[in-house]
Ligand binder design. Structure first.
Ligand SMILES: C[S@@+](CC[C@H](N)C(=O)[O-])C[C@H]1O[C@@H](n2cnc3c(N)ncnc32)[C@H](O)[C@@H]1O
Length: 217
C-alpha cells in the first residue's frame, strides 16, 4: 500500500512519462490506430453529437487531437475544454489549438475534475481510459457523471486489441509495463464495467477497424 507521498511521487513520474511521450505521440498514435489521415477524432466528434452552443469536455486530451473537430461543432457560442495532467501534452495541444478561441486548456487530474456539477453537454475521452491508474478509473467515471448535464453522454474511444500478433504483443507489453493488470481485465470486460456506471452503453464501430467507441448515458 502506498502512502499519500508515494501516490504523489508515482503521479509525478507518470506526468514526466507523458511529458516525454508528447514529443512523438502524434506519430505513434497515427501508426498504432491506422489513422494516418487523422479521421478518428472527426468520427468521435460526429458520434458525440455536439451542437452549436454546447459545452464539451475532452478529458486526457493529450496533444488535443479531438479539440478542433469538437470546436467545429459547438460554434461561436460553444466551448470545448481540453483537460490533461501533463504540461508537455498540453503544450502540444496549445500549439494545435492556436487561434481557436472556442478551445480552453486546463491542467488537472481527471479523477478530480475542477468543474461545477452538471455543466457539460458531452464528455469525451479517447485512447486514454485504459491508461488510468487503479482507483482513478472509477473516480473519473464518477466525476464525469457529476459534471455532465442529466441524460447527456460520455464517449469513450479505445483501441481494439490489435489482430497482428506482433503489434498485439507490443500493445500488451505497453499496458503491463505501466502496471495495468486492471486494464487487461477491463479490456476483456469493458462494456460490463461501463454498465456498472451508466444505464445505457452502446458500442459504435469505427471505420479504421482499429478503434471502437462506447457511448454511455
Ligand atoms: C494515450 S494519451 C491519449 C491522448 C488523446 N486523448 C488522444 O486521443 O490522442 C493519454 C493521455 O492521458 C493523460 N492522463 C493520464 N492520466 C491522467 C490523469 N490522471 N489525469 C489527467 N490526464 C491524464 C496523459 O497525460 C495523456 O495525455
Amino acid at each position: 500500500m502506498l502512502t499519500n507521498k508515494g501516490h504523489a511521487a508515482v503521479r509525478k513520474l507518470r506526468q514526466k512519462y507523458y511529458d516525454l511521450f508528447s514529443k512523438f505521440y502524434d506519430r505513434f498514435i497515427a501508426m498504432h490506430a491506422s489513422d494516418k489521415q487523422g479521421v478518428l477524432r472527426d468520427i468521435l466528434a460526429e458520434q458525440a453529437g455536439a451542437a452549436p452552443g454546447d459545452c464539451v469536455l475532452d478529458i486526457c486530451t493529450g496533444t488535443g487531437a479531438a479539440l478542433r473537430p469538437l470546436a467545429g461543432r459547438v460554434g461561436a457560442k460553444g466551448l470545448v475544454v481540453g483537460l490533461d495532467f501533463s504540461s508537455g501534452m498540453l503544450g502540444a495541444a496549445r500549439e494545435k489549438s492556436r487561434g481557436n478561441d472556442r478551445v480552453c486548456l486546463i491542467q488537472a487530474d481527471c479523477g478530480r475534475l475542477p468543474f461545477k456539477t452538471g455543466v457539460f453537454t458531452v464528455v469525451t475521452c479517447s485512447h486514454a481510459f485504459y491508461e488510468l491508474k487503479g482507483a482513478t478509473q472509477v473516480n473519473t467515471l464518477n466525476e464525469i457523471k457529476r459534471c455532465l448535464k442529466p441524460g447527456k453522454p460520455f464517449l469513450m474511444m479505445e483501441h481494439e486489441v490489435p489482430e497482428n500478433r506482433l503489434i498485439r504483443l507490443l500493445f500488451y507489453i505497453r499496458l503491463i509495463s505501466m502496471g495495468r493488470e486492471r486494464a487487461l481485465q477491463i479490456l476483456k470486460h469493458e462494456a460490463g464495467f461501463l454498465k456498472q456506471h451508466f444505464r445505457q452503453v452502446r458500442k459504435a464501430a469505427v471505420v479504421t477497424g482499429k478503434s471502437k467507441i462506447y457511448i454511455c448515458t
